[in-house]
Design a protein. Structure first.
Lengths: 251, 270, 270, 251
């Protein structure tokens, strides 16, 4: 296989997110890049990965990246399809899905998410789509991996609206709120990877993509970012990963 | 027993100004044709209910037919914002739009409670979010364990409208593919209208088939292609190109209005 | 992920003395073979859970394996009484049997709450009956309307055992025909065993098919005819003659014991 | 068609019960004689009658009287089949089924039913099957028709156990308990038909089968039975009804 062109930062983000699904049994997928990453993972790392979409399709095997989470191919290829009430009551709520891949418009230092409004709720500067399934998915699934573009607009000191609780105000908050899952375990961006500190639950930069500096990540983050003492550098995409991703997106 | 009616008759009889109307469909089987007929008939002051408002509700809100929106996720899936809906919320154009906002789990349980004719549903949810203070929920305590959970009020729209693949001549309906929350919406609503791709002599049971018996429906209208640009699994294809094109059409008020006039308001009644 | 095991292994690993065990099946797909294996392995002090105890639980109660029965209707459908169960309740033979009794609606909602991992379910029921004072319910008030309804505690058995038509080699299960409450029972239980008529290369989606994914099950055992004298829709026929014959076999303690020795206890392990 | 032999009192009971389903849209059916009557009605009086069985089969079209409410033929011929939770939550509870046909071991003067125990609950003389779906079916369905054999053991002054509420202690009780349906509108026995008085809700003998006297019915009833001033006499079974019933039972 001939060495493909250099990977873009978006491609690296998707590939790094996909690697997170090696050895994972089932993943709940939001629309967009999380979907691309999960399909890539099932093709490259984890053929047995169970893809679960909010639309009720469990064990879907899409060959193309669906535009919506309810494309026909998802139902045609699913192991089974359930109603929306069943999806949330019997499958997501009880924590039967291991990992959730979610996006968001705003992320704070405790990996709480905003997908509701920018600005004041009553008089928003930008009205966003709203909660969807995210709050209960983030509460119920075994762990949450957030996939978001790294910019000061997204990684903010203070959310305009708490749509989805990550680690709340810090240690013990999830337990206090009665959540079952472990909550966010990673935030994968186009610059690197943040993980919550085991003790403080505050997001720490633990990994940067090839050629990205910690300073660059700090500049793209709206709060004073903690940097891991041993900052890992992302393993560059393999030819297989990059080839598979480009082939997938081109389908 | 469901009557077989034309789409125009069905909307005239079942949908009134000021009604809470649920045109349901979770990406799949969205009843576009019925929504357009509601606009052509000039219904107004509607409370639009749907878990996932997309282009159809963007059109209805942009046309000024809605007073209020009850929902959990309002977006153009995979494309981006609903610009007409944003314009209504951000700039009150063409009129202010009241929002009643929930999570998917909350809306699904509200419909399920409505279908069971129970006054509320119970789930673990909303706690710790800013949504809790902005919506219609209440804490409820388990009488056995003392655990505090969240109650959501039942959702019982005045009218539910859904699209399905087929009905028989007696008005029994079957849909398949992604079932969403349509069965709950129809059973929760006071009145219901189902548009179908085709009328058949007898319903053949199918994998994943959801049957709505004629005695649980008010009217069935034969509207082939009635869910386009959404799709009817196995019969029509989702028009992803249109979902993408809508972004440009809907960004600008004038472009939007002109498009609606040309394509919906002056379109032929189904 | 479900392991493919022999029935004997499955019961040995998953069913322990004193467990709350739900061998579910609503007339259809009753897991007789698994119940018989539990008796052959000498499990005791069981809390038997099932909406509709019939001949299988009559046998298990008559054999003295059960300490308690959680149920809503205990009869030999269309034939009459369950004589062993009556003997246990009326004369404590072979041992006293504690009863926890509900209505079908109550049991169904207890299983549904269990499957959702919620601590309780809500329904309109029990009011005005003598059952209300004899069972595990509590009043609950709607926080929105003030209406008083009835809460039932979630049912989460230690083990659920169900029978299905088929599984694939990965342990994914499909059943069809009357679905009863089996999906809820499996999802509500801590552990689960599914016996199947056949192992197939791939599950073909079917009308009315209920799929239990391998990752929601602990073990699958290949047990053809495992629901007889009940039936597996499309594969085996219900042995109505045996249901009738059971009336005479079970009336008398000695006849019953002899029959069990000859037909179950000394029968070959599946 | 040759005049068939004289109808037995059981046959008359079944035929009279079946007549109650003329013009009814849907009927919920308990096992046994109610099932026979409902199938007969669908064959003789009401081809569009929707038969609903507790097992989840809605719109079943059995050609034989099923031994159990879960026989395979019910699922094969049903318009659709639902799970037990859905049956009670979406179909019975909301009152979508018009008429319920129920049996019972004991009936009192307000058409309350006992199918739980004879004697004391803790030390029963006879342990009966229990509630099954009856309490919520009788509460939710539009009306209830009780089909029971007429004897002092069945028609008792006082129930040993109230399993299912009919009209409770009299007028207003169902409303007070929040029930949706009208409750029992008739008790069809092998001797005649009892109907609740519109004001007192107490069962009144309004009809006797051909050749049965009011005195005979009183003797078979465990309380002082009210007799309607104009006591109707049952229209004898037609040759069609009797022929169809015997053919059905023989299948």
């Amino acid at each position: 296989m001939s060495r493909p062109a250099e990977a873009t930062s978006d491609e690296v983000q998707t590939i790094v997110a996909a690697r997170r699904l090696t050895g994972v049994r089932s993943v709940f997928i939001g629309v967009g890049r999380p979907s691309t990453a999960a399909i890539l993972a099932s093709e490259v790392h984890n053929p047995d990965l169970v893809l679960v979409y909010e639309s009720g399709t469990i064990g879907a095997k899409p060959r193309r990246v669906p535009l919506s989470i309810g494309d026909g191919e998802l139902a045609e290829t699913a192991d089974f399809v359930v109603s929306v009430p069943e999806m949330f009551n019997y499958w997501i709520g009880p924590g039967r899905i291991q990992t959730a891949f979610l996006g968001a418009a705003q992320v704070d230092r405790f990996a709480n998410l905003n997908s509701t409004v920018i600005g004041d709720y009553e008089h928003p500067r930008t009205r966003l789509p709203g909660a969807g399934g995210a709050p209960e998915i983030a509460a119920g699934c075994g762990e949450v991996v957030i996939v978001a573009p790294h910019s000061p607009r997204t990684f903010v000191e203070r959310l305009d609206f708490i749509t989805t609780v990550g680690h709340g105000a810090g240690p013990g908050d999830r337990e206090r709120l009665g959540f079952r899952g472990a909550g966010p375990t990673a935030v994968v961006t186009d610059l690197g990877v943040l993980e919550p500190d085991p003790d403080t639950k505050e997001l720490v930069l633990v990994q940067v993509h090839d050629g990205v500096t910690a300073e660059a990540v700090q500049q793209a983050t709206g709060w004073e970012l903690r940097i891991a003492s041993e900052l890992r550098v992302t393993e560059p995409p393999t030819a297989e990963e990059l080839g598979a991703l480009r082939e997938l997106v081109a389908r | 027993m469901a009557e077989l009616v034309s789409l125009a008759e069905g909307v005239t009889t079942l949908v009134h100004d000021g009604d809470a109307v649920a045109l349901e469909g979770f990406t799949h089987l969205i009843p576009f044709a019925a929504g357009h007929e509601i606009l052509r008939q000039g219904r107004t002051e509607l409370e639009l209910v749907r878990m996932t408002p997309d282009i159809l509700y963007d059109q209805m809100v942009g046309a000024g037919a809605a007073r209020k929106l009850v929902f959990s996720y309002a977006g153009n899936p995979g494309v981006g914002s609903l610009h007409r809906l944003r314009d209504a919320v951000e700039h009150a154009w063409p009129r202010p739009l009241e929002l009643e906002e929930h999570s998917h789990a909350g809306m699904a349980n509200r419909y399920a409670a409505g279908a069971a004719h129970l006054p509320f549903g119970v789930l673990r949810g909303y706690v710790g979010t800013d949504l809790a203070a902005r919506t219609t929920i209440a804490p409820i305590t388990c009488p056995f364990t003392g655990e505090q959970l969240t109650a959501v009020p039942a959702l019982n729209p005045d009218v539910a409208i859904v699209h399905a693949q087929e009905a028989d001549r007696a008005g029994n309906v079957q849909l398949w593919g992604i079932p969403g929350v349509q069965k709950e919406a129809v059973l929760a609503a006071t009145r219901s209208l189902v548009t179908v791709e085709r009328i058949v002599d007898a319903l053949e049971p199918r994998p994943g088939g959801v049957v709505l018996p004629t005695w649980a429906i008010d009217a069935v209208a034969h509207v082939p292609g009635g869910s386009l640009p959404s799709y009817a699994h196995g019969i029509t294809e989702r028009d992803n190109a249109f979902y993408r094109a809508w972004d440009a059409i809907s960004r600008d008020r004038t472009t939007f209005t002109a498009w609606m006039d040309d394509n919906i308001m002056n379109g032929a009644t189904a």
